[in-house]
Design a protein around this ligand. Structure first.
Ligand SMILES: [Fe+2]
Length: 386
C-alpha cells in the first residue's frame, strides 16, 4: 500500500473535551498578551461563544482584538485587512474561532501579519514564518483545526485555491463538543459530509499511506454511527463529540495524504458561488466522482462499505464495491443533501470554466485522484453532476 517513502509530521497539540474552551485563556497566555480573534459575522455572537471567549481571555490577562468579518468563503481582502489590524495592534497570537472559514483564515492571517506582501502572493512565495495560531472549532467537518491548510477566494478572478506551509500549523487546537451543539442542522449535514469526503479521498488517493489510512478507518467507524444521528439529535453531546473526533481524525488524514477530484471540482463551485456551502458542493459531486473512480478503487470501496456497515450478503466484488455508492446516496438522503449542481444555483454555461479552474488552482488534488483525470473528464463529471 502507498508509497515507500512516508513522511509524517503534525505538531498540533490537541485539547479535546466538553468545556475545554474555559482553558483558552491559559493556553493563549503562553504565546502572547494580545490576541486577534478571527471569526464570522453571526453564529459565534448568537451562540454567546465569542462573548465567553473574550471574558476567558481577559480573565487570563490576554487582551482580545476582534476581527469578525470573515464570510463563508473568505476573500483575500478580508485576510489582508485582518492582517493589517494584527500588525497595527501588535498582536502576538491569532485565535481562529468558528467553522472552517475563520479557522482557515486565521492561518492565512498569521502568515500575512508576519510578512510584507499580500496574502495572495504566498501562493507563489513560500511562507516560512507565521504568528502562532490557536484554533477553537465550532463545527465538525473542516479538519482545519488540526492541519496546515487554508483556502481563500480571490473575488476578482473567482479562484479558490488551497495552500498550506509548515509554519501554518496551529500551535494548539481546542475541540470542545459543547460549542458544537449550537450548529444548525444544515451546517451539521454539510460539515459532517465534508468529513466523509476527506476520508474517502485520503484513503483512496495516490498519496495514501498506512498512517493516514489508520485515521481514515477510525473515521469511517465514527461516521457510520454518528453522521445521521448528529443531524437528527443536535443536542446529543456524545454524538457531537464523536463527530468532532471524526472531523479531527479526517483533518489529520488529509494533512498527510491530501484530497482528490471531488475537492478539486468543489472549490471552483463555491469559488464562483460563494453562498454554496463547501459540504453541499461536495454532496452534489460525490456520486459521479465515485462512479468514475470505482474501477481504480474497487478493493478500497469494499473495505469502506464494510466499515460503514453494508452487508456483503452474497454480493460479487463488483456489486459490493458499488454498494458503497448506494450507501452514500442513502446517507445523503437521510441528511437532506441529495442534491445536484443545478439545485445549488450553478449555471450550466459556467461548467467549462470550472473544469479549467479545478486544474489551475487545485491541480495537486486532481493529481492525487486514484483514477487519472484531465480537464475533459472533469467537465464530464461536472455535467453528469448537474
Ligand atoms: Fe473539505
Amino acid at each position: 500500500m502507498g508509497a515507500l517513502n512516508i513522511n509524517v509530521f503534525n505538531p498540533v497539540r490537541i485539547h479535546f473535551g466538553n468545556g475545554f474552551i474555559s482553558e483558552a485563556g491559559k493556553i493563549a497566555k503562553k504565546y502572547s498578551d494580545t490576541a486577534l480573534i478571527v471569526t464570522g459575522k453571526t453564529s459565534m455572537q448568537k451562540s454567546g461563544t465569542l462573548g465567553r471567549l473574550v471574558k476567558i481571555l481577559k480573565d487570563a490577562g490576554v487582551n482580545p482584538v476582534i476581527y469578525d468579518k470573515i464570510t463563508p468563503n473568505p476573500t483575500i481582502d478580508e485576510i489582508d485587512e485582518a492582517a493589517r489590524i494584527a500588525k497595527e495592534k501588535r498582536v502576538g497570537l491569532i485565535i481562529g474561532l468558528g467553522g472552517g472559514s475563520p479557522l482557515d483564515s486565521s492561518k492565512a492571517i498569521a502568515v500575512a501579519a508576519k510578512g510584507n506582501i499580500p496574502v495572495w502572493d504566498y501562493l507563489k512565495t513560500p511562507a516560512t514564518e507565521a504568528l502562532p495560531v490557536i484554533t477553537i472549532v465550532s463545527t465538525s467537518g473542516t479538519g482545519s483545526e488540526v492541519n496546515r491548510y487554508s483556502v481563500m477566494t480571490n473575488p476578482k478572478t473567482k479562484e479558490k485555491p488551497g495552500f498550506g506551509y509548515e509554519c501554518m500549523y496551529p500551535k494548539e487546537a481546542i475541540i470542545d463538543p459543547e460549542i458544537m451543539a449550537s450548529m444548525p442542522p444544515y451546517v451539521t449535514a454539510a460539515t459532517g459530509f465534508d468529513v466523509f469526503v476527506h476520508v474517502l479521498e485520503a484513503f483512496t488517493g495516490k498519496a495514501r499511506n498506512a498512517f493516514s489510512s489508520a485515521y481514515c478507518m477510525q473515521t469511517f467507524y465514527l461516521l457510520k454511527d454518528n453522521l445521521i444521528k448528529a443531524y437528527n439529535e443536535p443536542n446529543n453531546l456524545e454524538i457531537r463529540g464523536n463527530m468532532a473526533l471524526a472531523s479531527a481524525l479526517a483533518g489529520l488524514a488529509i494533512d498527510l495524504s491530501g484530497v482528490g477530484i471531488i475537492h478539486a471540482l468543489e472549490h471552483p463551485v463555491s469559488g464562483n458561488y460563494p453562498n454554496v456551502a463547501h459540504g453541499a458542493g461536495l454532496a452534489a459531486l460525490v456520486v459521479e466522482s465515485m462512479k468514475y473512480n470505482l474501477e481504480a478503487c474497487k478493493r478500497d470501496f469494499m473495505l469502506i462499505a464494510h466499515h460503514l456497515g453494508v452487508k456483503r450478503a452474497g454480493k460479487t466484488d463488483d456489486e459490493y464495491a458499488y454498494s458503497l455508492i448506494e450507501k452514500i446516496e442513502e446517507m445523503l438522503k437521510a441528511i437532506n443533501l441529495n442534491i445536484r449542481l443545478k439545485d445549488l444555483g450553478v449555471e450550466k454555461d459556467r461548467l467549462p470554466g470550472m473544469a479549467k479552474e479545478a486544474f489551475a488552482t487545485m491541480g495537486f488534488a486532481a493529481q492525487n485522484n486514484p483514477e487519472t483525470v484531465d480537464e475533459k473528464e472533469a467537465l464530464k463529471l461536472l455535467e453528469a453532476s448537474y
